[in-house]
Design a protein around this ligand. Structure first.
Ligand code: PXP
Length: 237
């Protein structure tokens, strides 16, 4: 059975919209675990647009399953990771202007820089995953860096508008997952997955974990809204 890692960045997005204390991603993490998730995922961005350093430290204290820290491959972030010691670090590309992580890390083109960060994290006893596009060259490059896991970026599959395009993306994910597994790396997948498009991917046996954020938080707003309105109505009437 595949594992589910829940990305709670967007609980923090909602909090940052008002700059206050609610909703608190730390409280959300407790509920996520109570509901049966196998891990929590957060992305500490350079611009701190959602998750803050404070969240990361508290999450490390309270998460009882697994904490996966997504971060850019740079020394300042590696320093934070080495002091917090999450259960896993996933290296992702980061561009300031992007709304979300738009593509995988180009491991083949940045080999030395990524290797340096992987080595720093490994020396600190932290396993490392690389977030990469479904491309066999990237898988081979990741393998040469001795990483423990790869996370396959499913964004193009999720955004495919035509069946033919979805087929091609599905095939690319299946092929790269098989290759990564064969090379001895653990395989996870994520980005843009929702209640409709994830099912098909579960046919790929090599993918043992899905990391899903936006669709779960979006659904939580929808299925929780009615109760929230009823509560407020009861208070004022
Ligand atoms: N995995 C990685 C490495 C990510 O960067 C993200 C987005 O932050 C996700 C999974 C989750 O993507 P989504 O929010 O679209 O489910």
């Amino acid at each position: 059975m595949a594992r589910l890692g829940v990305n709670i960045d967007h609980v923090a997005t909602l909090r940052q919209a008002r700059g206050g204390r609610e909703p608190d991603p730390v409280a959300a993490a407790v509920l996520v675990e109570l509901a049966g998730a196998d891990g929590l995922v957060v992305h500490l961005r350079e611009d701190r647009r959602h998750i803050q350093n404070r969240d990361l430290s508290l999450l490390r204290e309270i998460v009882q399953t697994k904490l996966d820290l997504e971060m850019a491959a740079d020394e300042a972030m590696a320093k934070i990771a080495l002091s917090v010691k999450p259960h896993l670090v996933t290296l992702v590309p980061e561009r300031r202007q992007e709304l979300t992580t738009e593509g995988g890390l180009d491991v083949a083109a940045q080999r030395d820089r990524v290797q340096h960060i992987v080595d720093l994290l490994h020396d600190g006893g932290i396993p490392v995953s690389l977030f990469i596009d479904p491309d066999t060259n990237q898988i081979k490059a990741a393998h040469r860096l001795s990483v423990d896991y790869v996370e396959i970026h499913t964004g193009r599959y999720a955004n495919a508008r035509r069946l033919k395009e979805e087929e091609a993306e599905f095939e690319a994910i299946a092929q790269t997952a098989k290759l990564a597994y064969k090379l001895g790396m653990g395989v996870s997948a994520g980005h843009g997955l929702n209640y409709r498009n994830v099912k098909r991917l579960t046919q790929i046996q090599e993918i043992v974990e899905y990391n899903i954020g936006h669709s779960i938080i979006a659904r939580a707003v929808m299925i929780g809204l009615e109760a929230a309105v009823r509560e407020m109505k009861a208070i004022i009437s």
